[in-house]
Each structure stands twice: as C-alpha cells, then as structure tokens.
Ligand binder design. Structure first.
Ligand SMILES: O=c1ccn([C@@H]2O[C@H](COP(=O)(O)O)[C@@H](O)[C@H]2O)c(=O)[nH]1
Length: 309
C-alpha cells in the first residue's frame, strides 16, 4: 500500500490528503434537510447527511488527490448508523481508487491490538469463512503501550499489504506535556521516532516503509529533526490549515526527492465554503469550494517545495 500511495502522489503531484471529518455543523442545510425529511432528526438522519456530504466532496476532489483520511470519531458519535456511514465512505473512496487512511488511533495490549488490527486492516474468521471489517488501507496507531501493542498491527499489515501511521509528535497545543519530556537528554518523541524507524525496517516497500509516522505541521523544527531520524519513514502531517500550518513550514518534512510526507487538511477543505476566501461559492456549491481549496493547498505546498530548490 505504501507503494500505491507513493505512486498516486507522483501521479497527482499532490502530497496531500483530504480529511473527511464531517461534523454536522459543516454540512449545508439543504443536505441536512433532505436527510432529516427521509429519516427524521435521528442518528440515521445524521448518518445519511454525512454520507451525502462526503460523497459530494469525494466526487469533486478525487481526480486531484491521492488519499483521504476519514476520522472515525466524527462517525462514532452517531453510534451504529455513524459507523455505517464511515464504512460506506471507506468503500466509496476505494471505488474511486483513493488510498484510505483510517484515523482510528488505536493501540492496546497485544491481544486487543490484534483484534483492532484485524477489524480495520485484516480479515476476521467466522467459522470457515473470513471477512474484512472496515478494510481501510492504512490506520493510525497510538504507540503508548509499547512494542507488544504495535506488533499485532505490523503483523496484519504484512499479511494484508497494508500500512500504519504511528503517532510520534502530535499537532495539538499540549502534545509537549508528555511527548517533549526529556529521557536521557532526548525528547520522548525522538525515542518514539527511532522506534518507528526500527519497526519500519521489518516491512519495507520500494524505498519507504509500510510503517509511517504522524508528526504535526504545527511543530516544523521537530519535523526537521524527525525527518532526518527516520529517512525511510513516510510522515503523515496533520495540522495544516485550521490548526495554523502553512506550506512554507512544511518543506523539511519532505526528503530531497520531494517525497516522504503527506499533508492532511480536514476542516480547511471540507468546510472551505464557510471561509471568507471561498464565500463566493455559497453554501449550495460547497463541493466546488472544497475543490478550489484543494487546488490552493497543492499550490501552496508545491510552491514551498519548489522554493527550496
Ligand atoms: O497530531 C495529530 C494527529 C491527528 N490529527 C487529526 O487530523 C485531523 C486534523 O483536522 P483539521 O480540521 O485539519 O485540523 C483531525 O482528524 C485530527 O483528529 C491531528 O489533527 N493531529
């Protein structure tokens, strides 16, 4: 899957991922009204609105981008209908040949991690039959429980040709509370980054590992250090746009070949129509506003990468 991701990035010339994080208040009124007319103001109604919203955004951006990152929390909040909308979104994006990164941030004791890994990336055995549950291409993993919490994910990835992005330095304001603590003179995120690179050696693609890292766009200096520490690790970079990250901050997340990182924007793309810069599109044309926001993000990041040559 890492090879497919790299190929798609090269083909689209767009090292970006659209985050499908559909909060109800981002979904235009006409979509909510239609969904509620059919299902009422219910969890099913919310799930239908999410699905219609996602489909429109995917249809309008899929030719420009290599990948999407649905954030499972945004779906889980609507219970089982929400999770059905998540699965429908994953399947639809795969039909459109997009790489799907399930932002699930799982990780537990070994046996429980194995169940998460099977459910999201693998196949579960039911009697003589086996079934893929959510079937994303990549999943995000929280490494706080250590190697035995991560290994089951790597094992399933090896069997299934899938990949991971492991949290190393997150984009949020208080990520430093634990992640920047010094251990033997070095911050914890460096220790984790080194471990991710080591885990990654077990499962290499053509140049980059199937085991990637998450490093926030909001910490560019740390991104520069981590890039050097993990040269063969693909970095998923959240924090662009709504959290303040900009193209010029991100050049050091990439290797000299212009690869090695993929930048996520969720609210900045899916709720673009609410921003002043895209107000001319209006609420009805929200998907066109998202398309323009994707083009602008690609230009911002490509421009920054060109500028460093
Ligand atoms: O360090 C991290 C890890 C994950 N995320 C997730 O990425 C998106 C960001 O959304 P925006 O609207 O572009 O801010 C969201 O799903 C987070 O859960 C992150 O932001 N930082």
């Amino acid at each position: 899957m890492i090879n497919k991701l790299v190929e798609k990035i090269k083909k689209t010339n767009a090292p970006i991922v659209v985050g499908l994080d559909p909060m109800l208040n981002y979904i235009p009124k006409h979509i909510q009204d239609n969904a509620f007319a059919e299902f009422g103001e219910t969890l099913e109604g919310a799930a239908e609105a999410i699905w219609q919203f996602n489909k429109a955004i995917v249809d309008s951006t899929c030719d420009l981008i290599p990948a999407v990152k649905p954030q499972i929390a945004m779906y889980e909040q609507f219970g089982i209908p929400g999770l059905q909308a998540y699965k429908k979104t994953v399947d639809y994006c795969k039909e459109k040949d997009l790489v799907v990164i399930g932002d699930i941030k799982r990780g537990d004791i070994g046996s429980t991690s194995a169940a998460y890994a099977v459910g999201h990336l693998g196949h579960v055995q039911v009697g003589t039959k086996s079934y893929a549950g959510f079937d994303e291409d990549f999943a995000t993993v929280n490494p706080y429980l250590g190697s035995d919490g991560v290994k089951p994910f790597i094992d399933v990835c090896k069997e299934e040709n899938k990949g991971l992005f492991i949290l190393v330095k997150t984009s949020n304001p208080s990520s430093g509370e634990f992640q920047d603590r010094l251990i033997e003179g070095r911050p914890l995120y460096e220790w984790v980054g080194e471990k991710v690179a080591q885990w990654g050696e077990e499962h290499m693609g053509n140049g980059y590992s199937y085991v990637g890292a998450v490093v926030g766009a909001t910490y560019p200096e740390m991104g520069k250090v981590l890039r050097k520490l993990m040269p063969k690790t693909f970095i998923l970079v959240p924090g662009y746009g709504a959290q303040g990250g900009k193209g010029k901050d991100l050049v050091h997340f990439f290797n000299e070949d212009g690869l090695g990182a993929i930048v996520n924007s969720s609210r900045g793309i899916i709720a673009a129509y609410k921003q002043e810069a895209y107000a001319e599109f209006g609420e009805k044309n929200f998907a066109d506003a998202s398309r323009q926001a994707v083009k602008d993000m690609i230009a911002d990041i490509s421009g920054a990468l060109e500028g460093r040559k």
